[in-house]
Design a protein around this ligand. Structure first.
Ligand code: SF4
Length: 430
């Protein structure tokens, strides 16, 4: 029985690293400081009892047999892809990348169109950013755009953005102005100082109008109302409020980039925040998804120069948005084998992409990858990061955090499986 202090919860993008997790008889019995979502994560069934360590086509086999089969599939594939990677440690991502490099695969942790749009927009415009610690200590105006952290990131409000007593915001909540822009009055909007209703299809018009107002333009009020659904006075009031901040922090997420015109919306938001810095200090941060998407993107960038959709098929990294993405390769029927590490966001793939994925051999490494009903060609059951597997993850603001798992692993970690696979692949690469 043990008590682990400063454990890091991976159940949402907050990655709270102040949990105290108690165990008894090899089970977690308490997760102090965790919110409801965090408690659900810690108290979920993470046990491996009764599961085979390895399977081929659903049949339990010796791990060495499964690893040999996986190495054979990947070593002989002409167009392999490596997917998942967002629900595991950064160290595991680096190991998966070494395999991808060896077999000449396409690596793509970001399978949602919103994430792809976010990355492209950030590359085109740049992003004025900061750590959450800086936001906590300095931000006196906080804008939540199209997000509802009170529901999705329950401790964001108390830990980082609204309630903390910061060095230059000693009064905490009382010293901050909170603005919410969203389609409807969310739980976060209920607790904000100002709520501005903006329909999803009007977001781009609102962002570009705000930017025009910031630059001193005098747009036609009728036209503004038609395109944004808001009167000019409201938008002037909003931009004045943002300009008057001593330090402003803007929070968004990948939904801003989802659907048609997503990249343009994110570019407009990034450009507006950049321009606000002519008047005051303003930063823009993603709320971050569950797990370690930032770590996966960072590891890819460190090793290949690009955060997603990287093709290693020609011996050097190439990225062509829309061509080297997992979605394009799968939907176009070109991928012929997949290594899926910690399944992550695969539900974001289109129906056509998922249908092709089901037709090709899949090596799945992750917690419960060998459970009955798993569709893996080769399944390798792995310990769960933050529960019985250690390592580091990266918060959306780039801060690296150790996991401090409360339980000892009773099955290999995904990294250990990958290392064993890598040594075998050498003899199979054709
Ligand atoms: Fe876990 Fe997120 Fe809740 Fe923090 S806010 S305890 S990271 S689920």
């Amino acid at each position: 029985d043990r008590t682990v202090a400063d454990a890091t919860c991976t159940a949402c993008g907050c990655l709270c690293d102040d949990l105290i997790v108690k165990t008894e008889g090899g089970r977690i019995i308490e997760a102090v400081n965790a919110c409801e979502i965090g408690r659900r994560w810690y108290f979920a069934d993470h046990a491996h009892e009764g599961l085979p360590a390895a399977t081929i086509e659903g049949r339990p086999v010796e791990p060495t047999v499964a690893l040999d089969r996986a190495a054979e599939i990947l070593g002989q594939a002409r167009a392999p892809i490596v997917l998942g990677l967002t629900r595991t440690t950064t160290e595991t991502v680096a190991t998966a990348l070494a395999i991808a490099d060896r077999i000449g695969a396409v690596v793509d942790p970001d399978t949602s169109d919103g994430d792809r749009a976010r990355l492209l927009a950030t590359q085109r415009v740049g992003r004025v950013s900061a750590t959450l610690g800086e936001v906590k200590n300095r931000a006196d105006v906080v804008l939540f755009w199209g997000v509802d952290p009170v529901v999705t990131h329950p401790r964001h409000w108390e830990r980082y953005s609204v309630e903390p007593h910061g060095r230059f915001v000693p009064d905490g909540r009382a010293g901050r102005t909170i603005v919410v822009v969203n389609a409807s009055r969310t739980a976060t909007a209920e607790r904000a100082d100002q709520f501005v209703p903006v329909a999803p299809e009007a977001q781009l018009a609102v962002l570009t109008t705000l930017r025009a107002l910031l630059r001193g333009a005098s747009p036609d009020p009728g036209r503004v109302e038609r395109t944004t659904g808001l009167d000019l006075k409201t938008l002037r009031g909003l931009i004045d409020r943002l300009k008057a901040a001593k330090y402003g922090a803007w929070f968004y997420d990948a939904r801003l980039g989802s659907g048609s015109g997503g990249a343009a919306r994110i570019e407009a938001a990034l450009a507006l925040v950049r321009d606000l810095n002519s008047f005051t200090r303003f930063v823009i941060l993603g709320l971050g998804g569950p797990g370690n998407p930032a770590g996966a993107e960072a590891a890819l960038t460190w090793q290949t120069g690009s955060p997603s959709s990287v093709s290693l098929t020609r011996g050097s990294p190439r990225t062509m948005p829309g061509v080297t993405s997992a979605e394009a390769l799968l939907a176009g029927g070109r991928a012929d084998a997949a290594l899926i590490v910690a399944e992550g966001e695969l539900q974001e793939l289109s129906e056509a992409a998922r249908a092709h994925l089901e037709r090709i051999p899949r090596i799945v490494i992750g917690p419960k990858a060998t459970a009955p009903g798993s569709a893996a060609t080769v399944g390798l059951d792995a310990a769960t990061y933050g529960i019985d597997a250690g390592g580091t993850v990266m918060r959306s603001d780039g801060v690296v955090l150790p996991l401090r798992p409360p339980l000892n692993p009773s099955t290999p970690t995904d990294r250990e499986w990958l290392q064993a696979l890598e040594t075998r692949i050498h003899s199979h690469v054709s």
